[in-house]
Design a protein around this ligand. Structure first.
Ligand SMILES: [Zn+2]
Ligand SMILES: [Zn+2]
Length: 178
């Protein structure tokens, strides 16, 4: 194939993928983003890290290739935290003015970016594929039926996928020592 043809094919593919995008931003509007194409997956994480970082029960994020997300406005602040599980850094990217956590980036997966679902202008336009780290879900949290639920991560540290559970009826989480 001639080089000019392959460039043209690339441009066409890029234009097609750009027809789907989602905009979002932080609470105060200082940071905005546009995520192109569909997310690779959207999940709710119940791990202790996500409970702390949100100050809530869990963290909902849509995973994208890092180069599919463009940020604008004020530069974000970054806090890096050593993951107990993987011993790799997880980077929390947040608005320095209002504190909204906008994105997680990862030492372990440098090509990926997790966008906080609640920062999309239309959060309901992305649907939840799975719940992970359900073993540490807070007491009283409901795990839905007919949705992939992983007790821990979606894959082990070597990258081998774990097998999810799908409940027939919604399950009320109960902490072991509560
Ligand atoms: Zn802000
Ligand atoms: Zn988590």
């Amino acid at each position: 194939m001639a080089p000019t043809n392959s460039v043209f094919a690339f441009r066409q593919a890029k234009e097609i993928s750009m027809t789907t995008f989602r905009d979002g931003g932080c609470l105060c509007g200082s940071v905005r983003f546009r995520a192109e194409s569909e997310p690779l997956r959207t999940l709710i994480c119940h791990c202790k890290f996500c409970q702390r970082v949100t100050g809530s029960t869990s963290y909902a994020e849509s995973m994208y290739a890092l180069d599919a997300v463009g940020f604008s406005g004020e530069p974000m602040e970054r806090y890096s935290h050593l993951s107990e599980g993987s011993s790799k850094q997880v980077h929390v990217n947040f608005c320095r003015r209002c504190g909204t956590t906008i994105a997680l980036t990862f030492e372990r997966w440098p090509h990926l970016c997790g966008i906080s679902r609640g920062t999309f202008d239309e959060p309901n336009s992305v649907s939840i594929d799975s719940h992970i780290w359900t073993s540490s879900a807070q007491t009283g949290v409901v795990l839905p039926a007919a949705t992939d639920c992983f007790q821990f991560a979606r894959a082990d540290l070597a990258g081998a996928p774990e097998t999810p559970v799908r409940f027939d009826t919604p399950q009320l989480a109960r902490a072991r020592n509560a």
